[in-house]
Ligand binder design. Structure first.
Ligand code: MG
Length: 380
């Protein structure tokens, strides 16, 4: 089996999300936007796909796609390792772009074998509990502008079936500025609103000082929170060692620091977090996350995956260790998460009343594309 064609394009759509100066998403006025769409075709007609706004279409077409023509998609590890080394000098070749290639390759392999990707990886479970991941705070009336607004929305999410909730609080350039006291107040009101049986987590501003991070961690420990993630710059591993040693709250990470499984190995041996973290988009695909999964398992640590990606769902289906939750979101009172993106016929992560998401049972990644929409809206 050989790859004969590989091409990335963009799909036009009407977005209801705007990104602020730091890159965080918020609800906004409808406007035209586009997402990347990668298709890799094999000589027997099998096609693997990846879709998403974070892949670099230019790098895919100029660097990645020509390099995979003629390759056997089942020699997946070899392709991934080669591309990983190419990232060093192709400075725009991000882990998110490597992830797109990796997803399309896994999609091909699953389709060819007629089974879902999580079973190709070695299946463990066919559904996972989800937590509701609330969007970063904003200054929108009826949105997430106050601690009280978080509490009201958290109550709503529990009514919808969520057994666990994560807050993202306020970050620049949104006013109010990051404020540890306001973060703790939001967490306190959410705990009061949902009661003691809902698991809670916090992902605050990512550039607090050690003292600010410790203040929040200790307060959240009192509120029986499950974990806090990325309260400081993750390049300062020493700060995370210090925080983990000084608080009783579990610290989860690293998420955004570069380096895939190798950097995670450094965090593990240095005791820089209590719970590990990785994700298909932030670490370069399913192939990469599985390396981290096995690494954490070997050290007796659990790992929580970042983001609501299709790849993460399949990894969660193949994890035999304590990776507890699928991150469902980002959720916002003014947005309808249950509505599929226009290039899909249905969402891939519907949640049942018990708070579980079923892993799509394929074949491949099990994505249900609306190819009529894609054909009409592809940008040539
Ligand atoms: Mg995070």
């Amino acid at each position: 089996m050989k790859i004969v064609k590989a091409e990335a394009k963009k799909i036009r759509y009407t977005s209801l999300m705007v990104r602020d100066g730091e890159g965080h998403s918020h609800p906004g006025k409808p406007h035209e936007d586009s997402v990347g769409f990668l298709a890799i075709t094999c000589d027997d007609g099998t096609v693997g796909y990846a879709v998403g706004g974070n892949m670099n279409v230019d790098i895919l077409n100029k660097v990645v796609c020509p390099a995979v023509i003629g390759e056997d998609p089942f020699m997946h590890e070899r392709i991934w390792q080669r591309m990983r080394t190419w990232q060093r000098l192709h400075s725009l070749f991000s882990d998110r772009t490597l992830c797109a290639l990796d997803l399309a390759l896994w999609d091909i392999c699953g389709k060819k074998c007629g089974i879902p990707v999580y079973k190709m990886l070695g299946g463990y479970r066919d559904k996972v509990p989800a937590y509701g991941s609330i969007m970063v705070g904003d200054d929108i009336k009826g949105g997430l502008d106050t601690p009280e607004a978080y509490a009201a929305y958290a109550k709503e999410l529990v009514k919808r079936g969520y057994k666990a909730i994560k807050l993202h609080t306020w970050m620049p350039p949104i006013i109010p500025a990051p404020d540890p006291k306001m973060d703790v107040r939001a967490c306190q009101l959410v705990r009061d609103a949902v009661g003691p049986d809902i698991e809670l987590m916090l992902d605050p501003y990512h550039d607090y000082t050690r003292q600010q991070a410790l203040y929040i961690a200790d307060a959240l420990n009192e509120l029986d929170f499950l974990w806090m993630e990325e309260p400081m710059d993750e390049h300062s591993m020493s700060s995370y060692i210090w925080l983990t040693q000084n608080t009783g709250l579990q610290i989860c990470g690293p998420e955004t620091a570069e380096g895939k499984n190798r950097m995670r190995a450094e965090w593990i041996v240095n005791g820089a977090s209590d719970i590990g973290r990785a994700g298909t988009e932030v670490t370069g695909g399913i192939t990469s996350v599985m390396k981290s999964v096995h690494l954490y398992e070997s050290f007796g640590m659990s790992i929580e995956l970042h983001g609501n990606t299709i790849g993460n769902l399949h990894v969660l289906g193949a994890m035999g260790i304590d990776g507890k939750y699928f991150e469902r979101g980002l959720l916002h009172p003014l947005l309808d998460y249950e509505k599929p993106k226009p290039w899909f016929k249905k969402i891939y992560d519907p949640m049942d009343e018990e708070g579980f998401v079923k892993i799509p049972d394929g074949p491949g990644l099990g994505l249900d594309f609306d190819f009529d929409y894609i054909k009409e809206n592809i940008i040539d």
